[in-house]
Structures are given as C-alpha cells and as structure tokens.
Design a protein around this ligand. Structure first.
Ligand code: F6R
Length: 611
C-alpha cells in the first residue's frame, strides 16, 4: 500500500526511480510523484498512474544523482496533485515520501498550526515533514536528530525517506511497521518498499527493522536505532530473478501468474514432499509439529484471499489432525478481545507478509502467550519475522493485485502442514497419508490440464460478462473456493458477486435467483456431490443460469447445467487447488472483456499496510 523508491549514486537517479515506481505500482496507483536535487529541490507530482507522471515530466531536465519517488494509495485526502507525495517542509528544503499512517497527525497538525505552519495538502505526511522541520528549527539540530525526536512522538506506521536540499549527498529513511529494503550497490544505494525495483541492479539487500533509521550516502550505509546506537547492517542475497517480475509475453501479470501455477505449486512442494519414499519434511516448523499436534486450538488469522486459504485449511487440519481450528478475519480478531493464550497456536497466512491487520492480530496473540506460525510468500517480511516459526510458500513475486498463485501455494503448504502434524500425531492412517502425498505430487500436472480450459472459459466469460450479479456456491472443501471465485470476480470486473455455502443458499439468497442470474457451482465429485446436485436442481427450477465446475467424466451435472467446465479428478482434500483455476480464469476474462485494468483494479492495492 503506497510504493516508495529512492536512489543515490553515480547513475542518473530519475530513470531508476521512475522504473522502480512502475514496478511498485501494484501497491497503489492513484497518484505519483518524484523529487530530485538539481541546483535546489524540485518536486513533481500528478494524479493518476505513473505513466501520467512520466508524460508530464517528458522533456524536463531531470538530471540528478539523488531522487525519491512515490506511488500512492490514498488514505488522508482524495487522490489529486496536491495530496500526492513527495511533501515538502515550510521552507521548501526538505521533501519526504511516506508509506503508512500517522495516527496522531491531527493533534500534531493543530500544534503546528498554532505555531504558524501552513499546509497545502490534507495528508498526514505533510504534517510529519513540517513537524520534523519545526523540531530542527527550534532545537537547531540536524535533520537526522530532528527525525529521531519526531518519531518518538509519532503514533502509527511508516516508512519515510527524506531528501534535504542542504545535505545533497544523503538520504535519510526510517521504518516502523511498513517494509523498507535497501539495495547495496557499488557506490550506490537503492531504497524501496520491496526488492522489485532493486533486483536488476544488485542482489545484495538489507531489510531495515522497525525503529531503525538509515543514513544513506552513495558509498555508505549507516543504520541506527531510535536511541542513536549504530546497528550492523545485515546484508542478505536476493533470490529472485528479473524475469519473475516482468510480464514475459503475457498481456497481464494476472494471466502470467495464473499460468505459472503448475510451477509455483511445484516450488511450494519442492524439497518438502517426497511421495516416492513416503516422506514429508518441513524444516521451518520442525520444532513446532508437536505443539500443533497437541494444541488446545489452532486459530488461523488472515485477510481476503489468504483468509479463504485459511478456511480450506480449517477443513484440512480438522480432518487430518483432529485439532479444533478457527478461522478469523485478522481485523475482527484483534479488536474483539478474543480469549487466546498459552496452548493456542496462531497460523498467520499472508502473501505479502505485511498486511497490517494480520500483523496486529499476531502481535496481540503473541503478547498473550500463543505460539505464532507464519505461512508467507515474501521472504523476510514482517509477518515472517514476527512468527516463532513458519513455512514459506515460494510462489515468487505476485504482482497482479488480485491474488492467484499465492492462494494455490498457500493451499499446498497448509496441506503439507496438516499432513505432517497428522502423521506425527498418528491421526491419519499410513495408507491415507501416502495417498494424499501422491495426490499432492500430481497436483501441478492437473493444474496444467485445468489451464488448458482457458479458451473454453473465455467463451463462457463472453456469454455472461454483462450480468449484473453472480452467485458462487460450493459445499465442504469447495465452499471457500466459491468465496474466492466471487472475490476474484468482484475485484477485477466490478460485478457484484456473492459466495455462499450451497445449502445455505435456500435460507435467503435463493430469493435473488431468476433467469438473469448466473450461478457458478463448484461441484466436483466429493462427499457432498449428491447434495450439491439437489442444490443445482433448486436453482434450475427457478430458471437461474448454472455454470458448473465438475470433475471430468461427470454425466449427471452436465445434463442440467447451462455451461460445464470439467477439471481433472482429485481427492477432495486437495481439489480446491484445481477447482479454483477456472474461477480465476473466468474472472480474468470477464474483467478484460469489460476493458478494465485487471492488474490494477480500481480502489485496490496490494499489500494493505494500513489497519
Ligand atoms: C484478493 C487479495 C486480497 C489479499 C488480502 C491479504 O485478491 O489480494 O484480498 O488476499 O489483502 O493480503 P496478504 O495475503 O498479503 O496478507
């Protein structure tokens, strides 16, 4: 949520920052801006996507060895030029970019207004840079010192980067609660919200920790904590390649990521699943499988698509491990004063590893004595670091705002966790264990087969793209898949869609059904098959249009559905990894056929770092 990027070094800084902003645009795209130093500070900002800023700056002299840039997802103040970042101090000498929220900005603003400060924007960010300026002036100290004093009073989450006209060889950055990566090059440094703007220049990075301040020069990186003690920067090697963050011939990142799934699921299983020898290794949680097996309760906290993965995991873990599982919206869990403590195991599921609601839920459960395990995609992310232990999903960078490959990798990893605990606990037979290992092993290939349905699904999308509403129904393991299908459609086609347990439909939503309403049934062959066939008949009896996702070879449902999509057969425990594929493609093609930017749906941003 909001992307920040900055550069200092021998290169021309503006092109580096501009390219970085394009890579980070998935984090927010309602406005963008840059600041450079070239005989003084110059700040340029524009409402709209980064391309609009680029057009606006074409032909301008942007030469500078230092630059900061920002792509915004509005929190305080509508998207407009005035509210875009960077924001500047009253004397026009300091410019700042910010990702996060300053919660006590109103109080600080009032204090500053009383002292005569004037503000041009509605943002909390402008308040913070004025606050730093005020401290610098009244204490006659350096910006670094003023920043340190200011941050002690700031409540909220931030990554900020400041450029100072009077100190043109230094960038100053600070982090609390939002991500900041510093790329270390030869005589140059790159700062960004994630590694994607950095990877083409250097593989050496430092992940800045909460409450750290970075003083960054072209050839020097100094890290200090908030009490001014030097910290040793811990340089890590990036393990992503440039190709992972480029479209690679696909029209959209979303489509590329959907099609990557046979590989990403394989990657999430690699080195862990050895079906041939009946082995499963999960080094990340080796010391916690016992704790999980004997947990009083497992509580899965997550948001959005990751929450849907958590719902599937509830079915998996309860069935395999016979441990009670609850799945909580992280935002609700944290604030309803939940009963949680020693004996409980929290599993936080997150693609980005930076989702503020999930982080806060974890922090509060940890403080009350629960064990925290993380299932994250982004290595080194805040959620990964806050967890006692965890398992990475290894799906690679997910850039399309609507989550696809992260979801299937989460399902694969959560299934591995359930199986590992079950076999150690003895709550699964050796035979069923081996069967499920074999099933998991076959999943990448079956997902590949499901992707071959792309053209057929494109035609189904054409047929239904003008519908006003959609209903998605499923039972058992396929109920969360129905929720996920509805979420995907809403996000990228702006069509209202609801997911429901198929049986629950008759307790209310059936009132919506008429000949205009497409109802997507996720009805693969599982223990609920006969029941869902009855639900399909109930919809047909009311003239609803049925699009059914069924198992290959099904003879019964095709006879009653309007459109049928046949996916490869799989054990019901792992079937969601396959049955979600047509729903991702359906949403994609409907969104594209309506002319929308499916990679950057309106109002959304990836990595929701505000509560
Ligand atoms: C949906 C989507 C969001 C995220 C949610 C959680 O397509 O992308 O609903 O799933 O914001 O994000 P993470 O998984 O990064 O915690």
């Amino acid at each position: 949520m909001c992307g920040i990027v900055a550069y200092i070094g021998q290169r021309d800084a503006y092109p580096v920052v501009l390219k970085g902003l394009k890579r980070l645009e998935y984090r927010g795209y309602d406005s963008a801006g840059v600041a450079i130093l070239n005989h003084g500070l110059h700040v340029y900002k524009k409402k709209g996507k980064v391309a609009q800023l680029e057009d606006f700056l074409t032909g301008k002299n942007m030469q500078s060895h230092i630059a900061i840039g920002h792509t915004r997802w509005a929190t305080h103040g509508e998207p407009c030029d005035r509210n875009s970042h960077p924001h500047v101090s009253g004397d026009g000498k300091l410019a700042m970019i910010h990702n996060g929220i300053i919660e006590n900005y109103a109080l600080l603003k009032q204090e500053l207004l009383n002292k005569g400060h004037q503000f041009e924007s509605d943002t909390d960010t402008e308040v913070l840079i004025h606050f730093i300026e005020e401290i610098r002036n009244s204490n006659q100290c350096a910006v670094e010192e003023a920043l340190r004093i200011a941050l002690k009073r700031v409540v909220g989450a931030y990554v900020i980067v400041i450029v100072d006209e009077d100190n043109p060889d230094t960038l100053i950055a600070a982090r609390k609660g939002s991500p900041l990566v510093i790329g270390v090059g030869k005589g140059e440094h790159f700062l960004a919200s994630d590694a994607s703007p950095i990877v083409e220049y250097t593989k050496e990075v430092v992940y800045v920790n909460d409450y750290e301040i970075a003083i960054v020069k072209a050839d020097e990186l100094i890290l200090k904590n908030i009490t001014n003690e030097r910290q040793t920067p811990y340089i890590q090697k990036l393990d992503i390649e440039l190709t992972a963050i480029e479209k690679g011939g696909f029209d959209h990142f979303m489509l590329k990521e959907i099609f990557e799934q046979p590989q990403t699921i394989f990657d999430s299983l690699r080195g862990r699943l050895d079906a041939k020898n009946g082995q499963l290794t999960l080094g990340g949680i080796r010391e916690y499988t016992d704790v999980l097996a004997n947990a009083r309760r497992v509580i899965i906290v997550a948001c959005g698509t990751s929450w849907h993965a958590g719902l599937v995991a509830e079915y998996m873990i309860e069935e395999l491990c016979r441990v009670p599982v609850e799945v909580e919206y992280a935002s609700e869990f944290r604030y309803r004063n939940p009963v949680v403590g020693p004996g409980d195991v929290i599993i936080a599921v997150s693609q980005s590893g930076e989702t503020a609601d999930t982080l806060v839920a974890m922090e509060s459960a940890k403080a009350q004595g629960a064990i925290i395990l993380g299932v994250c995609n982004v290595v080194g992310s805040s959620i990964a670091r806050l967890s006692h232990a965890g398992v990475y999903t290894h799906a690679g960078p997910e850039i399309g705002v609507a989550s696809t490959k992260a979801f299937t990798a989460q399902l694969a990893v959560l299934c591995l966790i359930g199986l590992k605990v079950a076999i150690e606990k003895g709550s699964i037979s050796q035979q069923r264990f081996q069967h499920l290992l074999d099933e998991l092993q076959d999943i990448p290939e079956k997902v590949g087969l499901a992707l071959k349905l792309n053209e057929q699904i494109k035609q189904v999308a054409q047929k239904y793209k003008d519908a006003r509403d959609f209903l998605y129904l499923g039972r058992g393991y396929n109920f969360p898949v129905a929720l996920e299908g509805a979420l995907k459609l809403k996000e990228i086609s702006y069509i209202h869609a609801e997911g429901y347990p198929a049986a629950e439909m008759k307790h209310g939503p059936i009132a919506l059904v008429d000949e205009q309403l497409p109802v997507v049934f996720v009805a693969t062959r599982d223990s609920f098959y006969e029941k869902i066939v009855s639900n399909i008949q109930e919809i047909k009896a009311r003239k609803g249009k049925v699009i059914a996702i069924v198992t290959e070879g099904d003879q019964i449902i095709p006879a009653m559905a309007d459109d049928v999509i046949q996916v490869p057969e799989a054990d019901e425990l792992v079937s969601p990894i396959i049955s979600v594929i047509p729903l991702q493609l359906l949403a994609y093609h409907i969104g594209v056929s309506k002319g929308y930017d499916v990679d950057k749906p309106r109002n959304l941003a990836k990595s929701v770092t505000v509560e």
